[in-house]
Design a protein around this ligand. Structure first.
Ligand code: PBG
Length: 340
C-alpha cells in the first residue's frame, strides 16, 4: 500500500486551521425580524424557538438585540393590521414595515433589507392579486375563492411590487428583496426605484425560490399561508435545476445586485450552480423549516444544536454563498464571538 499521500497530516492541531477553506463571520449573516401591527406585545413564534413577532414600538429594541451579537444586517417582514384582496397595506406610507423601517434606520446602525411581497397582505395569502378577482369572477359570498386553480395576475402584481419597493425606500430601507417570483419583478422594481431617485438602493432578488414545504413555520409566523391552493404557479418546481440557471440569468439581466437561492440546505446544488455561473454576490436563505427541524431534534436530545447550526451555515458558505439569511444568525454570531 502506497501511503506517500496522507491527508491526515494536515488534520493535526495547529495546522488544521491554516488549511481550513471556509470560515463564518457574523458579517456574513442576516437576521430575519418580524414586526406585527396586530399586537402591542412581543409574541413568541412557537415553531421557531427564540423568535418573536414584535410590535412597531419594540422594533428598535429587537434590532438592538441583533446588533449586540455582531450581526449587522436584518431582513424585515411585516404582519399588517388588515388584509384585502390586493394587499394595499403593503405599500401604505404608515404600513407596518414602513413605520418600523423609519424607526430602525433613524435610531440604529443596522443595515435594513425589506421583504417585498404581497402574501402577508392579501386576504387570500397569495403573492399578488388574483386574475379572477380582478376580472370580477370571484363569488365571495359562496366561497368560490377557494378554487385551487385560481392564480396570480403577474403583471398586476408588478405594479404593486413597484409601489411597495418605493415605499420601503422612502422609509429608509437600505436594500429591497422581492420574494414573489413574478416574471419581470426585478426590472419593474429597478425602473421604479430609479425613477423615484433611489438609484443607490440595491435589489437582492429571491432569484431561485422553490415551491418548498420547508416554509411552514414562517407562514405561521408571518401569517402568510395561502388560504387555498399552493404557490406552484409561481415558485419553482423542486425537481428543476437547469431552470434555476434560466431564472437567475433573467434576474441578473434585469439588474439584480445580489442573487438569492431559497431554501438553502436542500438546494446546495443550486447555490453551487449560481456561484459557478454568475459573478454576483450569492445569498442563500436558510429557511424556517431548516431551523425548526434542528430545534425539534435538539429538544429531543438527538442533536447538539450549536454544532449542527454551525455546520449547516458552514456548508451553505462552502457551497458558494457569500451571505446567509438565517434564524440562527444571533446564536451563531454569539458562539463565533465566544470562540475568538
Ligand atoms: C414570501 C416569503 C416566504 C418566506 C420568505 N418570504 C414564504 C413563502 O414564500 O411562502 C419564507 C421564509 C422562511 O420559511 O423562512 N413573502
Amino acid at each position: 500500500m502506497d501511503l506517500t499521500h496522507r491527508p491526515r497530516r494536515l488534520r493535526r492541531d495547529g495546522v488544521r486551521g491554516l488549511v481550513s477553506e471556509t470560515s463564518l463571520e457574523p458579517s456574513d449573516l442576516i437576521a430575519p425580524v418580524f414586526v406585527d401591527a396586530t399586537t402591542d406585545e412581543r409574541v413568541p413564534i412557537e415553531s421557531m424557538p427564540g423568535h418573536e413577532r414584535v410590535p412597531v414600538d419594540e422594533s428598535v429594541a429587537r434590532v438592538e438585540e441583533v446588533l449586540e451579537t455582531g450581526v449587522e444586517a436584518i431582513m424585515l417582514f411585516g404582519v399588517p393590521e388588515s388584509k384585502d384582496p390586493e394587499g394595499t397595506r403593503a405599500w401604505a406610507e404608515d404600513g407596518v414595515v414602513q413605520e418600523a423601517t423609519r424607526r430602525i434606520t433613524d435610531e440604529t446602525d443596522a443595515y435594513v433589507i425589506t421583504d417585498v411581497c404581497l402574501c402577508e397582505y392579501t386576504d387570500h395569502g397569495h403573492c399578488g392579486p388574483l386574475e379572477e378577482e380582478l376580472r370580477g369572477e370571484i363569488d365571495h359570498e359562496h366561497g368560490s375563492a377557494c378554487d385551487p386553480t385560481l392564480t396570480v395576475d403577474n403583471d398586476a402584481a408588478l405594479e404593486s411590487l413597484e409601489r411597495i419597493a418605493v415605499s420601503h425606500a422612502e422609509a429608509g430601507a437600505d436594500m429591497v428583496a422581492p420574494s414573489g417570483m413574478m416574471d419581470g419583478m426585478v426590472a419593474a422594481i429597478r425602473e421604479a426605484l430609479d425613477r423615484e431617485g433611489f438609484e443607490h438602493v440595491p435589489i437582492m432578488s429571491y432569484a431561485a425560490k422553490y415551491e418548498s414545504a420547508f416554509y411552514g413555520p414562517f407562514r405561521d409566523a408571518a401569517d402568510g399561508a395561502p388560504a387555498f391552493g399552493d404557490r406552484r404557479h409561481y415558485q419553482m418546481d423542486p425537481a428543476n435545476a437547469r431552470e434555476a440557471r434560466r431564472e437567475v440569468a433573467l434576474d441578473a439581466e434585469q439588474g439584480a445586485d445580489v442573487l438569492m437561492v431559497k431554501p438553502a440546505l436542500p438546494y446546495l446544488d443550486i447555490v453551487s450552480l449560481v456561484r459557478r455561473e454568475f459573478d454576483h454576490p450569492v445569498a442563500a436563505y436558510n429557511v424556517s423549516g431548516e431551523y425548526a427541524m434542528l430545534h425539534a431534534a435538539a429538544e429531543k436530545g438527538w442533536l447538539d444544536l450549536e454544532a449542527v447550526a454551525h455546520e449547516s451555515l458552514l456548508s451553505i458558505k462552502r457551497a458558494g454563498a457569500d451571505l446567509i439569511l438565517t434564524y440562527f444568525a444571533e446564536d451563531v454570531a454569539r458562539s463565533l464571538e465566544r470562540g475568538r
